[in-house]
Design a protein. Structure first.
Length: 136
């Protein structure tokens, strides 16, 4: 094997040639790891200590039974030298159950109704939505 010379555009291609035409996720087993992560996530949402049944109703849509996991009960926000405490309702929803939540969509949990406020945020693996809720 010949090493590239400094400043040359020649590169070692042994690994690249064997994996040419394949996505990086296929080369490094990313799909398998992601599947394992998705399975673990499903187990967490199914756990009665973590996940709860909820009803998701898209604006103008039909009710759908989903699982929701409480994310954080309270928020502390710095405002200058002061720290403000506010009670918040933030939950996680699986992308597999709720493909595209939007502000104004309704979620009912344990008889309480909420509306999604602000833009939902997906996690890095694109498996979970985190949504902020306000009372309906």
């Amino acid at each position: 094997m010949v090493s590239p010379q400094r400043g040359s555009r020649t590169r070692h291609v042994g690994f690249v040639l064997t994996d040419q035409g394949r996505e990086p996720s296929e080369r490094f087993g990313h799909d398998a790891a992601l599947s394992a992560f998705a399975a673990a996530l499903s187990a967490l949402f199914a756990d009665p200590n973590v996940g709860r049944d909820a009803v998701y109703i898209a604006d103008g849509g039909a009710p759908v039974l989903v699982r929701a996991a409480a994310r954080r009960a309270d928020a502390v926000t710095d405002f200058g030298d002061a720290r403000l405490w506010s009670e918040t309702t933030r939950i996680d929803l699986r992308v597999a159950e709720v493909a595209n939540p939007r502000p104004g969509d309704r979620i009912e949990i344990d008889g309480d109704a909420f509306l999604i406020q602000g833009e939902p945020v997906r996690d890095r693996e694109r498996l979970v939505w985190t949504v902020d809720l306000r009372p309906a």
